[in-house]
Design a protein. Sequence first.
Length: 222
Amino acid sequence: MTELRHSSIQLVVFDLDGTLVDSRRDIADSANDTLVAYGVSPLSEEAIGRMVGDGAPVLVARAFAAAGAEKPADALDRFLAIYNERLLDHTTPYPGIPSVLSQLGTRARLAVLTNKPLEPTRRILDGLDLTRYFGPKWVVAGDGPFARKPDPTGLQHLISFASTAAAATVLVGDSAIDWQTGFRANVKVCVARYGFGGDGFVESLPADAWAIDSPRQLLEHL
């Protein structure tokens, strides 16, 4: 990976799960409870973590497929109901995230772009005291007016709303979905290698991309 410094960045957009917050256990527990409710054997937390990134409908479909079972018609609704009750049981900000956001907020606009629905996104940000870093209009979720990632329109909206340019924007995320989103919007992408969505795709990134092993390393680049 090439070491880069981007002093002209005006907008930093963060993925939520696997980038700002470690939510893998709560998501995995909810997915496994859903599987078990239909008599299907649970999966490992690591396996479910690798399924996260495309939104709950895809996650539930992947979980049943990986367990070798047909997905029931109401499985998504059951998963959402279960997960809604344990959003913050084990979910925490990654170490250093509040400090990093506080420092970056003095240099650039901060935003969130997630495929998670808006209501649980706001509950997680509120519950972890992260809302202070992102104004209401700076959180774009998967059930809003824009197509989910990797469609770039949500990211492009944030760029326009910030009155900045793609060249002055960085998307920070942990998965190939985030990388594809940034590529399609022609923005710089910083891969959060500490998250749970990477699963080897980092090795195939182009030379002008960069990855971080902790949130604090983002300050070294920006």
